[in-house]
Design a protein around this ligand. Structure first.
Ligand SMILES: [Zn+2]
Length: 309
């Protein structure tokens, strides 16, 4: 977890924040706020960051959710002690969120305040991705900010496409490695649908949001009674599928790292998903020895986590 997210988490715990978070009241405890109209291309400005009580100027925005996000973002600059001086902010310009540095940190802080981790784990406790979006509405953040929050700590294999007036914004969980392609100047949603296990289009906070789950519904196979060792299972599967144990271990080791600390079912699905992404390893997907090997490996890794914890 990044330091700005831990900082937000501490505040959520201490104040027992539940969505919809009253972010203006929260910001008022730390700064003087003025909401103003201005023509500059800046959504918010914070000055006197090292003073006892900084001043925050927020551009009046007809979009209440954007204004809420800007306030949470400015609070981030105040709370994150290494942000100093005066900072002009562009919180509503999407690419700005993705840049590195203080702007990105303040926006990740804002996301973790408005959509707290514990709220996220509650809404993501069912496999129904459409339901996540329904429950997320309570947090009262824009569709894009909501999608950015939803993928926080989510295993690889999930994508949300928010239809913005200027075009689609794609937000995927880390390690998803599937892109939205274009055909004749149009987004190729068909291709995403074909490779997904489940997908739908929903209305969310006045936007159309397409969600895709690429991870299969596959359950972890039962514990097997095969007398062969785990290494033998892998060797047999690799030989049959024209690859080597080293290649397979490389792919699944990378996948397991992405969901370190997850349960055995999530480990199994994520490792399987990363194999599915590899054109040269498709034969493994239908190999019973490989499934058996992967299930054992998922259980081993999960047990190791419990052992360490
Ligand atoms: Zn900023």
């Amino acid at each position: 977890m990044k330091p700005e997210e831990s900082a937000a988490g501490l505040i959520v715990e201490r104040l027992n924040l539940e969505p919809p978070v009253d972010v203006q009241a929260l910001l008022k405890t730390a700064a003087d706020i003025q909401i103003l109209d201005w023509d500059y291309d800046v959504d918010g400005l914070v000055v006197g960051l090292t003073s006892a009580r900084p001043k925050v100027f927020v551009r009046r925005n007809a979009d209440r959710r954007r204004q809420r996000f800007t306030m949470a973002h400015e609070l981030g600059h105040i709370v994150l002690g290494w942000h100093t001086g005066a900072i002009p902010c562009h919180t509503s310009r999407v690419p700005r969120w993705l840049v590195q540095g203080h702007e990105a940190e303040a926006s990740r802080f804002a996301s973790a305040i408005l959509v707290p981790d514990r709220f996220l784990s509650r809404i993501r406790s069912t496999p129904d991705v459409g339901g996540w979006l329904t429950d997320l509405a309570k947090a009262d953040v824009s569709a894009f900010a909501g999608a950015m929050a939803l993928v926080r700590g989510l295993p690889p294999g999930y994508m949300f496409v928010v239809e913005m007036p200027y075009g689609p914004e794609v937000v995927s969980s880390d390690g998803t490695s599937i892109r939205l392609g274009w055909v004749d100047g149009q987004p190729d949603y068909r291709a995403l649908e074909r490779s997904s296990a489940d997908h739908a289009i929903v209305g969310h906070q006045n936007r159309r949001v397409r969600w895709y789950r690429f991870v299969e519904d596959e359950l972890l196979p039962e514990v097997d009674a095969d007398p062969r060792t785990t290494a033998e299972l892998l060797q047999h599967a690799a030989d049959r599928c024209g690859t080597t144990p080293a290649v397979v271990n490389g792919v699944i080791g990378y996948a397991a790292n992405m969901v370190a600390g997850a349960d055995e079912g999530t480990l199994f699905q994520t490792m399987l998903f990363r194999i599915k992404l590899r054109g040269d390893l498709q034969a493994l997907l239908d190999d019973p020895d490989f499934r058996c090997f992967l299930a054992r490996r998922a259980r081993e890794l999960a047990a190791r986590r419990l052992g360490n914890g």
